[in-house]
Design a protein around this ligand. Structure first.
Ligand code: BES
Ligand code: MN
Ligand code: ZN
Length: 490
């Protein structure tokens, strides 16, 4: 689909004109492309109020140039943000995708929003994110929609294009994350994820892939133990985007990449086990975020580390009661082989701080089912050893509506994972606070670096419609971290 910005448009019957209305107010800078009297009439006779992303679909009178008109609610004028505009763009495409329109012409002008052209660029970016589909494995593409063009009317098309090219980089990152998270686990496993990462070399990202031999040499017994039941080789993938000041310490982003989590010998119930293909979402976010940074040539030093394993039961699988030695030297009694994400991250985090001495280290992981119990699908859990870092991340999350809620950590929780026979065990003694116990475990592999753990098990995959990403993989974290980096390090 072609996205363009233009100051003038000649409408035809095959176009759908999209206009906006503020909540319980007037049309937003009413379009002069057609006579809107019939729209005003319709507004009086329907219940449409102009609430955020509310829509009113109208067929035009026969003598009108555009075949259809869609009115989209913008919400209260004072509450319009970049995020709201992206959601409006997304709503336009999700509503009209299957209509007969060949072209969507969005004629919404927000005089008081940002710089000239910004509003149009954000609406376009939202539409671009929402337009993504995962239909690789459908041999019969049901609807061949005729829609092939999306035009945004703005008096400043050149400015809009400039901002849009930056925002497109983020949409591309989001699409890559959603792609790898949606791929089935027989297609996407540690080695194929490494191939995906290697494709980013063309953008100027340095990519290294460590195999099991390399990790054995480094002493990564915790990560390797998780993958030992699988026929797929575990990998540690290291991405470096160094486009900031030379010798400046990088920001490090570490992702859990369990390409399938069967639970291992502590096997999960079969009902819903298929969801565990998205247990690599943390690593998927690292991949997509690195692509976004490189595509928009961000002036920063960022390293992305992905711990990739498959957690399977087999004759060679790790047993509950096994003791493994991590790269840090600390020993772990594996009481439950389904608490595997923390084992993978233990070595990935240690490796990252040891090798890169980052100025901040953030990890993302679909780590615990308990985080869904606590937060539903509205927030991801935030755990951190640093108040300032927590605030910066929370703020970035608010900007892009990928919200974080900080949960407590502390010594009493930490004691819960002491083991009788090793330095620690990988699950608590069952006294609740499962997400915090997991965070305490991770913290035992973090030294003095400002660190935050985002438990994204609640938000990485949605069964209901998300305003920007629809159903399925959300890529939660890509837009958040991109914004966090932009707000603090560029
Ligand atoms: N990958 C799961 C967590 C998860 C659950 C992610 C639901 C996404 C949706 C993780 O490896 C896991 O199995 N956690 C266990 C921990 C328990 C054994 C202490 C859990 O949450 O039940
Ligand atoms: Mn598990
Ligand atoms: Zn898992």
């Amino acid at each position: 689909m072609k996205i363009s910005f233009s100051s003038t448009v000649n409408l035809t019957q095959q176009d759908c004109l999209v206009i906006g209305m503020f909540e319980e107010a007037d049309l937003a800078s009413p379009s002069n492309l057609i006579n809107l009297d019939f729209v005003r009439h319709a507004l009086k006779t329907t219940a449409f109020k102009g609430k955020k992303a509310e829509t009113l679909s109208l067929v035009t009178p026969a003598d009108m140039k555009a075949g259809q008109v869609l009115v989209i609610g913008l919400g209260k004028a004072e509450k319009v943000t970049e995020q709201v505009l992206q959601e409006v763009g997304a709503k336009a495409i999700s509503t009209l995708e299957k209509s007969q329109a060949k072209r969507i012409v969005v004629d919404i002008h927000l005089d008081s929003f940002g710089k000239a052209g910004d509003g149009a660029a954000h609406m376009a970016a939202g539409a671009q994110i929402r337009h993504w589909k995962f239909d690789l494995y459908k041999t019969q593409k049901k609807d061949t929609p005729c829609l092939d063009e999306f035009t945004f009317v703005t008096q400043h098309p050149h400015d809009a294009e400039k901002l849009f090219s930056d925002l497109s980089a983020i949409s591309e990152g989001v699409a890559l994350t959603r792609h790898v998270v949606s791929e089935p686990p027989n297609v996407l496993y540690p080695e194929t994820m490494a191939q995906k990462a290697l494709e980013l070399e063309t953008l100027g990202i340095k990519v290294e892939v460590l195999g099991e031999k390399d990790m054995e040499k480094l002493g990564m017994g915790a990560l390797l133990g998780v993958g030992q039941g699988s026929i797929r080789e575990s990998k540690l993938i290291v991405l470096q985007w160094l486009n900031g000041p030379k010798d400046e310490a990088p920001v490090a982003i570490v992702g859990k990449g369990v390409t399938f989590d069967s639970g291992g010998i502590s096997i999960k119930p079969s009902n819903g086990m298929e969801d565990m293909k998205y247990d690599m979402a943390g690593s998927g976010v690292v991949l997509g975020m690195m692509k976004a940074l490189a595509t928009r040539q961000a002036k920063v030093n960022v390293v992305g580390i992905m711990g990739m394993v498959e957690n399977m039961p087999s004759g060679s699988a790790q047993r509950p009661a096994d003791v493994v030695t991590s790269m840090s030297g600390q020993t772990i009694e594996v009481v439950n082989t389904d608490a595997e994400g923390r084992l993978v991250l233990a070595d990935a985090l240690w490796y990252t701080q040891d090798r890169f001495k980052p100025k901040a280290m953030i990890n993302l992981a679909t780590l615990t089912g308990a985080i869904k119990v606590a937060l539903g699908e509205e927030y991801a859990g935030l755990f951190s050893n640093n108040d300032e870092l927590s605030e910066k991340l929370t703020k970035a999350g608010k900007t892009v509506q990928e919200q974080l809620w900080r949960l407590p950590m502390g010594e009493a929780y930490d004691r819960d994972i002491d083991s009788e026979i090793a330095d620690m065990k990988n699950v608590g003694s069952g006294r609740g606070a499962g997400s915090t116990t997991a965070a305490q475990f991770l913290q035992r592999f973090v030294n003095n670096v400002p660190w935050a753990h985002l438990d994204i098990a609640s938000v990485a995959w949605l069964k209901k419609d998300h305003p920007l990403t629809g159903k399925g993989a959300t890529a939660f974290g890509v837009r958040l971290l991109n914004t966090f980096i932009k707000q603090n390090y560029e």
